[in-house]
Design a protein around this ligand. Structure first.
Ligand code: PLP
Length: 486
């Protein structure tokens, strides 16, 4: 025993074993927690001391506090009853990779700072590009390559900066106020944030309207129209962000047609497949990214629905030099022979921060310890469960499926009685609150064509059919009660 040292192999072994047991027990009991935390804001300050301790405390005391004070304030994203937003998978392989990465704890900004970190990242992203049947130029052996970003938000930001600087080299820096970005109104707000950071004028961010006639996909006609209008008044279209699997309703923008338009206008074409990209490793879903050969960049969150613990957002670019020209720096204190000789990739020039973790380890372990076939089964099973939920909803005439289900998300609502249609939004909002406050399941919502819509996203690693059935029963019961009280 004795005080904990900063690092000591035997103390690490003993304490880490305890921690692994603690985490394994957490997963064993995860269904017993309310999936959505039911605490009130500020709950934790009342439970913890005002200052850090002077003398060391024991791991057991900390774990007791985790159990008693932290867990009540945790929303259990890994619970099998979690159906909110999109999933954020953990897995045994992902967890082991994360553990190993924490163990090695290197900071791999340049090749020389840990050659294996850079080289494994390149290899693993080539592997994944192959599984997704991406075009050759996205591979590290071509003009482009892959890089692991923290999040989809960072991915769209770095490519927006690359695209901005590329067009400004052509038209001159002073034209920044004329640059225009396009996307549909279903595009994730990460794009808007990227525009804010990237100095794109807010009034030059075109979020083109979509509706149910295209299942909320961006129509090429509306893009063409917007571009023509902007060009006519002297503005410079330079960037399109399309989405495969939008956050609200899994809409899929038509990549091929949109890509042709960007090409003829000299624009950068980014494809955000943060959630749905994973499914495209299955041959039957690959068609959703048909047209990806038109894209300049493609992004998928392995940390969403690909069994890779957060964070691991995978970005491929067609032309790595565009990224490097925007993001590289070359200070004296980082100079080294390999970099100077241009023999290596230095990922610091492909991202915002300097420091970077060894994230490729967990993706490598996920791919190796599960293998393609099991990963495909995993994704198909969630899609099957979502199909099952969709059938349950369709069989109850008090409910309606409101957007076509493509992957593992079902958008639906409860219908008000005929004479009370104006209370539809309130009814659905009340239903969401009622089911989430039971702690038995957690779902989230969106608004489609002005209508408050419930989202049921299957995708947690432990979810089975019985969890879907039980969630549906809670939804039905709470809906019955609310409809009766109308
Ligand atoms: N893009 C899409 C389509 C998403 O669904 C999400 C998150 O759900 C994001 C981007 C943002 O992801 P991140 O948290 O990795 O920035």
């Amino acid at each position: 025993e004795g005080d904990l040292k900063p690092m000591d192999a035997e103390q690490l072994r003993e304490n880490a074993h305890k921690m692994v047991d603690f985490i394994a027990d957490y997963y064993k009991n995860i269904e017993n927690f309310p999936v959505l935390s039911q605490v009130q804001p500020g709950y934790l300050r009342k439970l913890l001391p005002d200052s850090a301790p002077n003398r060391p405390e024991s791991l057991q005391d900390v774990l007791d506090d985790v159990q008693a004070k932290i867990f009540p304030g945790v929303t259990h994203w890994q619970s099998p009853d979690y159906f909110a937003y999109y999933p954020s998978n953990s897995s045994i392989a992902g967890f082991l990779g994360e553990m190993l990465s924490a163990g090695i704890n290197m900071v791999g900004f340049s090749w020389i700072t840990s050659p294996a970190a850079t080289e494994l990242e390149m290899i693993v992203l080539d592997w994944l590009a192959k599984l997704l049947k991406l075009p050759d130029y996205f591979f590290s052996t071509g003009q482009g390559g892959g890089v692991i970003q923290g999040t989809a938000s960072e991915a769209v930001l770095v490519v927006l900066l690359a695209a901005r600087d590329k067009v400004l080299r052509r038209v001159g820096k002073d034209a920044i106020g004329k640059l225009v970005v396009y996307a549909s109104d279903q595009t994730h707000s990460a794009l808007q944030k990227a525009c804010q950071i990237g100095g794109i004028h807010p009034e030059n961010c075109r979020l083109l309207k979509t509706d149910s006639s295209t299942d909320y996909a961006l129509s090429p006609e509306s893009l063409n129209e917007a571009i023509s209008h902007d060009v006519a008044v002297g503005l410079i279209p330079f960037f399109l962000c399309a989405t495969v699997g939008t956050t609200s309703s899994t809409a899929v923008d038509p990549l091929l047609a949109l890509g042709k338009i960007t090409k003829s206008n000299g624009m950068w074409f980014h494809v955000d497949a943060a959630y749905a990209g994973s499914a495209c490793i299955c041959p039957e879903f690959r068609h959703y990214i048909d047209g990806i050969e038109e894209a300049d960049s493609f992004n998928m969150n392995a940390h969403k629905w690909f069994l890779t613990n957060f964070d691991c957002s995978v970005l491929w670019v067609k032309d790595r030099n565009a990224l490097i020209q925007s993001l590289s720096t070359n200070p004296e204190f980082l100079k080294n022979k390999a970099s100077e000789a241009n023999m290596v990739v230095d990922y610091k020039d492909w991202q915002i921060p300097l420091g970077r973790r060894f994230r490729s380890l967990k993706l490598w372990m996920v791919l190796r310890l599960y293998g393609l076939e099991n990963l495909q089964c995993y994704l198909r099973n969630h899609i099957q469960l979502a199909k099952h939920f969709e059938e349950l909803v369709s069989q109850d005439s008090r409910f309606k499926v409101v957007a076509p289900r493509k992957f593992s998300l079902v958008c639906f609502c409860v219908l008000p009685p005929r004479d009370k249609e104006d209370c539809a939004n309130k009814l659905n909002r009340d239903l969401l609150d009622a089911v989430n406050s039971t702690g038995k399941l957690f779902i989230s919502h969106t608004v489609l064509s002005g209508k408050y819509t419930l989202r049921f996203a299957v995708g947690a690693p432990l979810t089975e059919e019985r969890h879907v059935n039980e969630a549906w029963k809670v939804l039905q019961d709470k809906a019955s009660a609310l409809l009766q009280s109308l």
